[in-house]
Ligand binder design. Structure first.
Ligand code: HEC
Ligand code: HEC
Ligand code: HEC
Ligand code: HEC
Length: 370
């Protein structure tokens, strides 16, 4: 009985851990971080940026997983850090979330939609009959004129507002016998460009509330999306090659099919899209036994499972490819030094070895590990 309870608890624990595993990246945030973190001083992305280091959009493409990015960073880090020191650059600490965002950015940088175009956006607004209800210059409170829309910093926020107004909009559409205005991602981007030009007014500080930072996976539960999208209708394994905006657009286009739609607060559509985006990324499955073997063969055991070497214990915390990169980022220099002192060379890892090591570090606790 006790054994059964234990087994059930372990099963529960692994399920919970698997849930907690997915850190969703946001490609747009990654683009901003790539510049603000100073990577652009050396690296380029799809040809834009410094020419001293590899173009990361070419290195981290559609075939790359978080584990293969971690392997690349791991293997190149001695060289990269020497170069950073030689140039006397001071780079900030990076969090796991930064790496998730950077990964999403590198991964999708070469596949972004065409640049938005405001004049095409104006055309879409009238072709899709938005202009029949949202009459420019009108002073009606409902439906409001497009100039009276709340601030719309990007296409995903536009779709978020539209999604939340779906109920009212579909009533009006039914009354006017207008079909649901489905959009492509390009059309949504163009529309947002035109609408933001139209309001032509600079946003005041504090005019936008703080964007939600609630993880998309949690929102998916809290908002009740999960109630319809589970079991046979679950999303895992269903998508590939989509951008964040593609997900927001898909939600809009399918909105009439989702009868009990929850309203979304500012930033929530983006968080949901980031999580759905992450479902497209195939995981490199790790193997605990292989990871245990690598941990010894690659020399990790020699330092990390021996007291007095100064190397921290790596067990009893949660690891994924992004946390590994964040820790490596902060501690790589010390680890290089220690290896140098003991005349060892930097251990080289490939993507599946990284996945195996992560599986090994995350292995379920056994009574002996306490
Ligand atoms: C001083 C220049 C410099 C800066 C700044 C820099 N890097 Fe690098 N990075 C390099 C060099 C050089 C390499 C390639 C080393 C090699 O090929 O052995 C590299 C390699 C990498 C790789 C591995 C690519 C592969 O081939 O798989 C990643 C990932 C990476 N850098 C991420 C970053 C990130 C993220 C930042 C900013 C937070 C950053 N780098 C800042 C010089 C730099
Ligand atoms: C049949 C009439 C109708 C059509 C067509 C229509 N809308 Fe709406 N729209 C409404 C109504 C009604 C509301 C709800 C206004 C409210 O709640 O104050 C609304 C709300 C919105 C909002 C949210 C405004 C806010 O204050 O949050 C946006 C943005 C919007 N619509 C954009 C569009 C776009 C873009 C199109 C075309 C793709 C479109 N609408 C087509 C009737 C319409
Ligand atoms: C009342 C049931 C219901 C709820 C609640 C619901 N959906 Fe849906 N959703 C559907 C149906 C039905 C479809 C269209 C059929 C399909 O694609 O599975 C759909 C389609 C979608 C699609 C498009 C899938 C594709 O293949 O492009 C996305 C994305 C989506 N929903 C996300 C969400 C999110 C996020 C939430 C929560 C905010 C949500 N849904 C809430 C029923 C629902
Ligand atoms: C020569 C000794 C040595 C070897 C071999 C070694 N490490 Fe380390 N490692 C260290 C030291 C020392 C630190 C801590 C640096 C610090 O705290 O500044 C560290 C830190 C780390 C960290 C960051 C831990 C944290 O809490 O931030 C990770 C992850 C890591 N090592 C993984 C590995 C893996 C995987 C291997 C084998 C492929 C390995 N190490 C091999 C000495 C070593």
């Amino acid at each position: 009985m006790i054994v059964r309870r234990w087994a059930a608890w372990l099963l529960f624990a692994t399920v919970v851990c698997a849930w907690a595993e997915m850190l969703a990246g946001d490609a747009d945030r990654g683009r901003v971080r790539f510049r603000s973190l100073g990577c652009i001083a050396c690296h380029s992305v799809d040809g834009v940026g410094g020419g001293y280091a590899p173009d990361l959009a070419k290195r981290i493409g559609r075939e790359s997983t978080p584990a293969s990015m971690a392997a690349g960073l791991w293997n190149r880090s001695p060289f990269m850090w020497r170069m950073i020191r030689a140039r006397r650059l001071v780079l900030p600490d990076l969090e796991a979330q930064d790496f998730a965002d950077l990964y999403a950015y590198f991964y999708s940088a070469r596949f972004f939609d065409r640049a938005p175009d405001a004049s095409r956006g104006r055309q879409v607004f009238f072709e899709k009959q938005c202009g029949g209800c949202h009459v420019p210059g009108s002073s009606a409170a409902q439906p409001p004129a497009p100039e009276a829309f709340p601030p719309l910093p990007d296409a995903i926020v536009l779709l978020e507002r539209m999604w939340s107004a779906c109920g009212d909009m579909s009533e009006h559409l039914a009354r006017k016998r207008v079909r649901w205005p489905e959009l492509t991602s390009q059309q949504a981007a163009d529309l947002a460009a035109w609408l933001s030009e139209l309001s032509a007014r600079k946003l005041l500080a504090g005019e936008l509330p703080a964007a939600s930072s609630q993880p998309g996976e949690k929102l998916f539960q809290q908002k009740g999306c999960h109630g319809c999208h589970s079991g046979a209708n679950a999303f895992s394994g269903r998508f590939s090659g989509r951008t964040l905006l593609d997900f927001a657009v898909a939600m809009w286009n399918h909105a009439p099919a989702m009868r009990k739609r929850p309203a979304l607060d500012y930033g929530e559509m983006r968080q949901l899209a980031a999580w759905l985006w992450m479902l497209q990324i195939p995981e490199t499955k790790g193997d605990i036994a292989r990871g245990a073997a690598s941990f010894t063969q690659k020399g990790c055991t020699a330092c990390h499972q021996r007291a007095l070497t100064g190397a921290p214990r790596l067990t009893a915390r949660r690891w994924d490819a992004f946390t590994l990169m964040a820790h490596l980022w902060r501690q790589a220099t010390d680890m290089h030094k220690k290896l140098g002192e003991s005349h060892q060379s930097w251990p080289v890892l490939n993507a599946s070895q990284v996945a195996d090591l992560l599986a090994f570090l995350n292995r379920p606790p056994t009574p002996r590990s306490y």
